[in-house]
Design a protein around this ligand. Structure first.
Ligand code: FE
Ligand code: ZN
Length: 504
């Protein structure tokens, strides 16, 4: 081994050269062909990182050591007291409830693909990513466990991810990906999410953490991001491999890219609301992030892929049209339904509203500020609005019908589409969600839709109280930030409670 070059050594350690003799390849790799992807030669697969398992453990172990040292010092120094404001912690709740379980799903998904890809290069890369994703799950849970000691909304995130309405949005994204074949999975998670959209998830959370004094989250963010270059390379490599192997693969891959850009974008609308409304100090707006990370960086990527016959995803113009509206509309949905959520919402203060006006000069003052001011008026009269009904949600993305006909020039009209299939009517938030359903109706009719499940009696009962019990959302987890135990504790820690009383 010592005399081999790095390349030889890598090849030696990752290529079994296994040729099955007593079973045909189709039985050993039963999922490799049914999606229609044609592979001429798996040996064309390039492993850009050529990392051996030995090096991998050593490198990751070193990162863990540093991360846990910082987490310890954060806990010992009561780092949460240095946050900009306790409202910020709601971004972490959303992360732990909505994103960390996806890391675990990614872990399982890549483990399965490691088994299903007949090529050993692809298999090894998926195997390493699977281990990375498990590590991300663990480090995120460990980092955020500190907050569970001091704030509500952290104590039962796995149950919430499986049951609670707004979390079925990210969950359904991964359920869809995980029940696809190996090639679609790698386009959905490895390419569309990891390569095209990952910055739109991680930058708002991590620079948001930095701006709001949360150094432990910044650290797990960096620790995960350092694996990201490998993940992004795998996603791009997988797509290029499919495109180079056979021209018949091009339209299949294009269709997946179209679908998964849209599905990822709809999941990110939760991040948009978090980024623009939950962060007391905002590094950048959703609109700015979309312009930098999708329109500029993604634009360059799709130009590069043109030579393979791939074009910009179909639905990109709709995303562009919506960028001035998305976060405001989703914050509206969350604000209305916080009685059944495990985080807090609020009407932003004047300083934040001015920031939103500056970032969204064409839309905020015209459409969204008046609505927030109206909600604030109700609040001041002691009539804080909480929706008393279950929303109609989209069969594909599972978000309540709160998006409007922005792309068709009518931002005040709620967008609504429906399709009849096998005698039942299905509802959609948008043209892309409808088109995705119509391509694979047999898949999406099985979607587990929270309002329907509640109406069918599968969620503990018919009243909000019954459902909250089934969710295990406890008093303090839900409702407005104003008057919450989180707020109360924060004011006490900061000595502001006394000052405020004195002022009154
Ligand atoms: Fe990850
Ligand atoms: Zn939808």
């Amino acid at each position: 081994m010592a005399r081999m070059t790095l390349k030889e050594r890598y090849h030696h350690m990752t290529r079994l050269g296994w040729q099955p003799t007593y079973q045909p390849m189709e039985k050993v790799y039963p999922q490799a062909t049914y999606e229609g992807i044609k592979v001429r030669n798996w040996d064309d697969w390039e492993d850009p990182f050529r990392m051996t398992m030995e090096a991998y453990w050593k490198y990751q172990g070193e990162k863990e050591r540093k991360l846990y040292a910082i987490m310890d010092s954060f806990a010992q120094n009561n780092g949460h007291l240095n946050l900009s404001d306790a409202r910020y912690v709601n971004a972490l709740k959303l992360f732990l409830q909505g994103v960390t379980p996806l890391e675990y799903q990614a872990h399982r998904g890549f483990a399965r693909q490691a088994r299903q890809f007949p090529g050993e290069g692809a298999s090894v890369a998926c195997h390493m990513q699977s281990l990375d994703e498990l590590r991300h799950t663990q480090t995120q849970i460990h980092t955020l466990s500190h907050y569970n000691k001091y704030f509500d909304g952290f104590h039962d995130f796995t149950r919430w991810h499986d049951r609670v309405w707004y979390l079925s949005v990210p969950k359904s994204f991964f359920d869809d990906a995980s029940t696809a074949g190996p090639f679609e999975f790698i386009v959905s998670v490895g390419f569309s999410f990891e390569f095209v959209l990952t910055n739109l998830l991680f930058v708002p959370f991590m620079s948001g953490a930095a701006y709001n004094g949360d150094m432990s989250t910044v650290t797990f963010g960096f620790s995960a991001q350092s694996d990201e270059s490998r993940h992004m390379t795998l996603g791009l490599q997988a797509v290029k491999f499919m495109l180079e192997q056979h021209e018949d693969n091009v339209p299949i891959v294009q269709q997946w890219i179209d679908k998964w850009l849209w599905r990822g974008y709809r999941v990110l609308s939760l991040v948009a609301a978090m980024q623009d409304y939950m962060l007391p100090e905002s590094p950048m707006s959703w609109k700015e992030a979309w312009e930098i990370y999708f329109e500029e960086n993604g634009g360059a990527l799709f130009q590069d892929l043109e030579r393979y016959g791939i074009r910009m995803p179909d639905y990109a113009p709709i995303c562009a049209a919506e960028k001035d509206h998305l976060s405001h509309q989703v914050w509206g949905i969350l604000y209305n339904h916080t009685a059944a959520a495990a985080f807090h919402t609020w009407v932003p203060d004047e300083r934040k509203m001015d920031w939103l006006s500056a970032k969204y000069p064409d839309t905020f003052d015209k459409y969204y500020r008046p609505r927030l001011e109206y909600w604030r008026e109700l609040e001041q009269k002691g009539e804080r609005y909480y929706s008393q009904t279950l929303p109609l949600i989209c069969q594909t993305c599972q978000i309540p019908m709160g998006f409007t006909e922005v792309a068709n020039g009518d931002p005040m009209q709620v967008a609504y589409r429906s399709t009849e299939y096998n005698g039942d009517r299905y509802h959609f938030c948008s043209d892309p969600c409808q088109a995705i359903f119509e391509r694979e109706p047999e898949k999406f009719v099985h979607a587990w839709l929270p309002p329907q499940q509640i109406f069918q009696g599968n969620c503990g009962g018919a009243s909000l109280e019954d459902v909250l019990k089934w969710y295990n959302i406890q008093p303090g987890d839900n409702l407005d930030y104003a008057g919450s135990p989180d707020e109360q504790r924060w004011l006490e820690w900061k000595g502001l409670a006394a000052a405020r009383e004195a002022a009154e």
